[in-house]
Design a protein around this ligand. Structure first.
Ligand SMILES: Cc1cc2nc3c(=O)[nH]c(=O)nc-3n(C[C@H](O)[C@H](O)[C@H](O)COP(=O)(O)O)c2cc1C
Length: 376
């Protein structure tokens, strides 16, 4: 465990400073996850179905994320494939070779299975961090497999799991990602945090909702902050609803977290990490890419996906990412409906070229025809 000694100096934070685009830099404690320095202390969240190698590569190229994470991997599924000498799960695409630091996340409820898979991730794949999912609220994971956020009601079992996985992965650090509790009337994140630390985890990430909330309402950052005094040594990473660089800065300013994690907003804006990192260090914020740069980024993402999954599956898979890129832009609805009907690369590229949102002011300036783009 690296030293977590530097004091956070918050320069005269005023409520108004939240909207500044270049505030004075915050003096942050360095974020160490065991021996891994996460710099900047902004993490890309695991997202099943999204944060595969292609997405991580886009995030990596844009910069600003101190630690990237895989999608959650079913430990049981991985163990089964290994027993049957089958290929590794698609969700581990790229993991063995891509740049570090990289966290791999896994889920299950069986300490032995998790320990065996954690050991492989640590010692064969050489990931930087092994993360255990204790936050997933999805029915198949919770009700059928009694895993993910189901385990928040069984702190003792969580402790056993973490102890076994820590022992199996050493010296690779093991982290836990949780929600605040199972439901609003059963919030137990402080107790859980202590269990997680006592069991030997190297960091705790908290999504500020309960499992019953799913994605409704807002993340409760006051409840995230309330955990901090109860952790003796390990860092606290806050997660939930960070969708602008200013909100990232405010999270550090107001809630005493050691790191933040961003999920959904970075699907639409993978450059958010870079912007947030600049703002956090007091640098001028890099502009968002233009819509034509964004289109080029989307097509590069598409190429990476097709290299792995082939033309047909790649196009199918990429449709949802394309919708994310267009989100909130004028014309996004039309684009979504058209891209959703593509099934081969040339159709996909054609729709992106013709229908991906454009800068309306440029369009109307360069040609006087009425635009076909509606507003979202
Ligand atoms: C499509 C989707 C997939 C997700 N998959 C995972 C996952 O595999 N593991 C995990 O710990 N959390 C997962 N999450 C939760 C996110 O990591 C994050 O905790 C949550 O979205 C809140 O952060 P945000 O407000 O920045 O999106 C997923 C969220 C979404 C929207």
């Amino acid at each position: 465990m690296g030293p977590l000694v530097a004091t956070r100096l918050i320069p005269n934070a005023s409520p108004d400073s939240s909207t500044e685009s270049t505030p004075s830099p915050l003096k942050l404690r360095p974020l160490w996850i065991g021996p891994v320095l996460v710099d900047p202390p902004i993490l890309q969240a695991p997202m099943a179905g999204y944060t595969n190698f292609a997405y991580r590569q886009i995030v990596r190229e844009l910069g600003g994320a101190g630690l990237l994470a895989t999608e959650m991997v079913s430990a049981r599924g991985f163990a089964w494939l290994a027993d049957h000498e089958a290929d590794h799960p698609d969700r581990l695409w790229g993991v063995a070779d891509e740049p570090r630091p990289l966290a791999a996340q896994m889920w299950d409820n069986n300490p032995e299975t998790l320990a065996a898979v954690g050991a492989r991730l640590a010692h064969e794949f050489h990931v930087s961090v092994v993360d255990i999912n204790f936050g997933c609220p999805v029915r198949d994971v919770v009700q059928k497999a009694q895993s993910g956020s189901y385990l928040l009601r069984e702190p003792n079992r969580m402790g056993q799991i973490i102890e076994r996985v820590v022992a199996a992965c050493a010296p690779t650090p093991v982290t836990a990602k949780i929600r605040l509790g199972c439901s609003r009337d059963k919030i137990n994140a402080i107790d859980i945090a202590q269990v997680v630390e006592d069991a030997g985890a190297a960091a705790l990430t908290v999504h500020g909702r309960t499992a019953a909330d799913m994605f409704r309402g807002s993340a409760d950052w006051n409840l995230i902050a309330a955990i901090k005094p109860h952790l003796r040594q390990i860092p606290l990473i806050g997660n939930g609803d960070l969708d602008s660089p200013q909100k990232v800065v405010n999270a550090f300013r107001r809630y005493n977290v050691d790191g933040v994690m961003i999920a959904r907003a970075a699907l639409a804006k993978p450059w958010l990490f870079r912007q947030a990192a600049a703002l956090l260090s007091g640098q001028p914020m890099p502009p968002a890419p233009s819509l034509s740069e964004e289109r080029a980024l989307l097509l590069r993402h598409f190429d990476l996906i097709c290299e792995r999954f082939g033309d047909y599956k790649g196009t199918q898979l990429m449709r949802k990412f394309a919708c994310c890129y267009a989100q909130g832009r004028p014309g996004a609805r039309e684009f979504r409906s058209r891209v959703g009907k593509t099934s081969v690369p040339h159709e996909f590229r054609h729709v992106v070229h013709e229908w991906f949102p454009r800068d309306l002011s440029l369009l109307t300036r360069s040609n006087n025809e009425p635009t076909r783009f509606g507003t979202e």
